[in-house]
Design a protein around this ligand. Structure first.
Ligand code: K7E
Ligand code: CUA
Length: 662
């Protein structure tokens, strides 16, 4: 047996023991407290009925966002964001390709961890949801009337955009942190020169103006790993809190080398102070290349390259950043609904430290500093701590709130959710989850007014919980009822990709706002064809444009001749339907990219370069009507230099464009 296997077995044994231990604790099984029939009743959504909440689950390494109903756990939709999605052509068709452009080139994949709803007065308002790309640092904005990604901004001077896109109470900013510190500006340098040369960056992105997302400013900070964030609210509105680990500034074997110190830091950033300093001229514009991608009113995405970004150093703006010492490589940082308590999850800590916002202000006022690092005062731990939650489970990671005075923290190593009281930091209940829980989510649970009915545990490992499916098992969430004194397990349900964070919002806040179709008379896509009479095929050199329409149950044109091997053929397909839930699809034989899936009233463009002679069928991929199987056509591809004239038609003589006119 290899060393790695022995280590894994060891970890599994410890986990098994601790799971068993907690399960036998005084609060009992939790889920066992509820009969199967009662649990089934609690999650049963009868045929034809709607779920109570929309839940937005991060797709992890799928790079997408999935939408599920709660309490049923039913999958409603996958919204492609950072990854190409052949199911509807996202990132393949000409209209959306630009959304995946970055300063590194076309990035067809990412790893998305944290969906975050837009907020008004500290409460999710259902306008948009943002999500981060972890690998090639980006933040996306998804419109919740169409469930479509509309805007993506790249984050310069960043590597590993993990602590993102946590939002301020009135959606002024979403933030982005460097998980991996890197040289700033990034350049050729020995990794051994890490200490002092590699820097962290805390970015504030203006978020409240669709089409104008931009990096408002970046704060350069010591070369730690900046992990997660949450905004202050109520009295602490105006502050943003970021966890960091690796205050050791290790650059190799972090498992050991970044776990040496007793405490790392939560960085408390006064972003209103940053605005003041910038207004007074602090910071400077630094050259930086990063993309801004946006879907315009014509439903076509465009990518522009930005050339500079405003960077501030804490030493240029007093009162901008403070470090709050926090035990043992903290991971999540969460602010309670009142805005007073800042809860950090120390991955290796034996307590959950709870910082007090009021005490933090007092310590700043009294200059109770234990150190100053790169111009950043480190406040005294004892001066700012409100309390420590004892016996919180092993490996506390993330906390959410129910709005009734309780906090719920995930314990990764002991695989449980621990419920504790904010008034005295006492654990009042715990429930095992299966297994290795990362984030948890209560609808609105990071906001000023949680809808504290359900809790969703987002688990990393499912082991024996589902039918086995080869080496890779189902990713899963568990739904827990939190309305009573005791948490009660209701349901296990699989999720897409690896679930990290999730958010949810009452269904009635979104249902009525849904776009059902796009009006043809408002279609401003320059390649749109609004009636069959306007369909046509044109050639310009080796480029052929096919202006096509789709309506139940035919394409126009459906016979095309005169295409030659090596031509670049643009299919511009407009769906003429003006009815809800009637998309048409389009694909040709040998298509090397993806299909088009075209919504009613919309136009999409797909490029095809035929590489062999022959007759190529195309067809509608979406079963749209009783005669859907009849919704098809043919493209004749002739050899390069052939004298077959360009010709097209539907149901009659082909119209031709003589060779001479081409
Ligand atoms: Cu804890 Cu990426 Cu938010 Cu996953 S992170 S668990
Ligand atoms: Cu259109 Cu099937």
């Amino acid at each position: 047996m290899g060393t790695r296997n022995r280590v894994l077995l060891g970890v599994a044994a410890i986990a098994a023991v601790t799971v068993g231990l907690w399960a036998c604790g005084s609060t009992g099984q939790g889920g066992g407290a509820l009969s199967t029939a009662d649990a089934a009743q609690a999650v049963y959504v009868a045929p034809g009925q709607y779920d109570e909440f929309y839940a937005f689950m991060s797709g992890g390494f799928s790079g997408n966002l999935t939408v599920m109903g709660l309490p049923s756990g039913r999958l409603l939709k996958t919204v492609p964001v950072f990854s190409q999605f052949p199911e509807n052509g996202w990132g393949y068709n000409e209209d959306t390709k630009a959304m995946l452009m970055t300063s590194y080139g076309f990035a067809a994949w990412d790893d998305s961890h944290h969906p975050e709803l837009s907020m008004t007065n500290g409460v999710p308002d259902g306008r948009w949801i943002f999500i981060n790309a972890n690998n090639t640092p980006r933040i996306a904005r998804i419109d919740l009337t169409e469930f479509e990604t509309k805007e993506i901004i790249e984050i310069p001077n960043s590597a590993g955009n993990h602590g993102s896109p946590f939002i301020t109470p009135n959606s002024e900013y979403v933030v982005a942190t460097t998980r991996f510190s890197v040289p700033v500006p990034n350049r050729d340098m020995s990794i051994s020169e890490y200490a002092g040369n590699f820097k962290g960056m805390l970015s504030f992105i203006s978020a409240n103006d669709p089409g104008s997302m931009d990096v408002a400013f970046q704060i350069i900070v010591p070369g730690y790993n900046y992990d997660l964030a949450h905004a202050g609210k109520g009295p602490s509105d105006g502050w943003m809190f970021f966890t960091s680990y690796n205050a050791e500034e290790a650059h190799t074997l972090l498992e050991v080398n970044a776990s040496r110190r007793d405490k790392d830091f939560v960085a408390a950033v006064n972003w209103r102070r940053a605005e003041e300093c910038i207004a007074q001229g602090a910071g400077s514009m630094m050259p930086a290349r990063y993309t801004h991608n946006f879907v315009g009113p014509d439903h076509i995405a465009r990518s522009t390259m930005k050339e500079s970004v405003r960077v501030i150093e804490p030493s240029q703006c007093s009162g901008l950043v403070y470090f709050l010492p926090t035990p043992k490589s903290p991971h999540g940082v969460d602010v309670d609904p009142s805005g007073e308590f800042i809860v950090a999850g120390g991955k290796l800590a034996s307590v959950i430290p709870v910082h007090s916002y009021q005490k933090m202000l007092a310590a700043i006022e009294a200059e109770q500093y234990e150190d100053v690092v790169d111009g950043i005062p480190v406040l005294e731990y004892d001066a700012i701590i409100a309390g420590e939650v004892q016996d919180p489970g092993l490996g506390p990671l993330h906390t959410e709130f129910d709005g009734r005075g309780y906090a719920y923290t995930t314990a990764f190593i002991s695989s449980e959710i621990v419920k504790w009281r904010l008034s005295d930091f006492t654990v009042v209940d715990r429930i095992p989850v299966y297994y290795s829980v990362g984030h948890l989510m209560i609808p609105g649970g990071d906001s000023a007014e949680p809808w504290g009915k359900y809790l969703v545990a987002l688990n990393k490992i499912t082991k024996d919980r589902y039918l086995p499916t080869g080496p890779e098992l189902a990713h899963a969430a568990q739904l827990i009822d939190i309305t009573g004194d005791k948490m009660r397990l209701l349901l296990d349900f699989p999720t897409m990709g690896e679930p990290h964070y999730a958010q949810a919002i009452p269904a009635e806040m979104l249902m009525e706002k849904q776009v059902r179709l796009y009006r043809l008379d408002e279609n401003t896509n320059p390649n749109a064809t609004r009636s069959e009479a306007d369909t046509r095929v044109t050639r310009s050199g080796r480029r052929v444009d096919v202006y096509m329409t789709a309506i139940r149950s035919h394409f126009a044109p459906d016979n095309i001749e005169g295409i030659q091997v090596g031509d670049t053929v643009y299919f511009h397909v407009t769906n003429l339907e003006q009815d809800w839930d009637v998309p048409h699809g389009f694909a040709t034989l040998g298509m090397e990219t993806a299909e088009l899936l075209i919504m009613p009233g919309a136009t999409r463009t797909l490029v095809w370069v035929p590489n062999r002679v022959g007759v190529h069928p195309f067809y509608c991929t979406d079963f749209c009507s009783a005669l859907h199987q009849e919704m098809q056509g043919y493209v004749r591809v002739s050899p390069r230099g052939s004298n077959v004239p360009l010709a097209w038609g539907t149901g009659g003589e082909l119209r031709t464009q003589p060779i001479a006119a081409q």
